[in-house]
Design a protein around this ligand. Sequence first.
Ligand code: FMN
Length: 120
Amino acid sequence: MKVAYYTIMGNTKFFAEDLPFDLIELDPYTTPQKENDDFVVMIPSYGSGIVDVVADFLDFEDNKSRCKGLIGIGELSYGDDYIQDAKELAKMYDLQIIFDFENDHSQELKDKVTEIIKAL
Ligand SMILES: Cc1cc2nc3c(=O)[nH]c(=O)nc-3n(C[C@H](O)[C@H](O)[C@H](O)COP(=O)(O)O)c2cc1C
C-alpha cells in the first residue's frame, strides 16, 4: 500500500513522511504515472486546485481502480467546507473517505492512520 498525497504548505507532506508507506507526491507540474500498487489519497482542502490534480492522477490509465480510499485533512473552523476537496473527490469517483483529521503531528494520530491504512 502506498500513500499518494498533495501538499501546499507542507503539513500533509510532513505527516505522510512519518508513515511506514511508500509515498507518491502529486503536484500540478508532474505528469501522472501509472501506479501498480494499491494506494490511498491523503489531501488537505483549499477549495480549489487540488481536486483537478488528483483527478488527473486517478484518471491516468487504471489508477482509479487501485485507490482504496481518501484521507481528508482540514480545519473544522471551515464549517461545512471542512475537508471539502476530499468530499468532492469522494463524490466524483465514488470513493470512501476512510478517515479525516485536523492537522496534528502527534505520534498517536500517526499510529491510528497507519492502523487504518494497514487494515484496508
Ligand atoms: C487559504 C486556505 C484555505 C483553506 N480552505 C480549507 C477548506 O476549505 N476546508 C478545510 O477543511 N480546510 C481548509 N484549509 C486548511 C488546510 O486544509 C489545512 O491547514 C491543511 O493542514 C493544510 O495542509 P498542507 O500544509 O499540506 O497544505 C485552508 C487553509 C488555507 C491556508
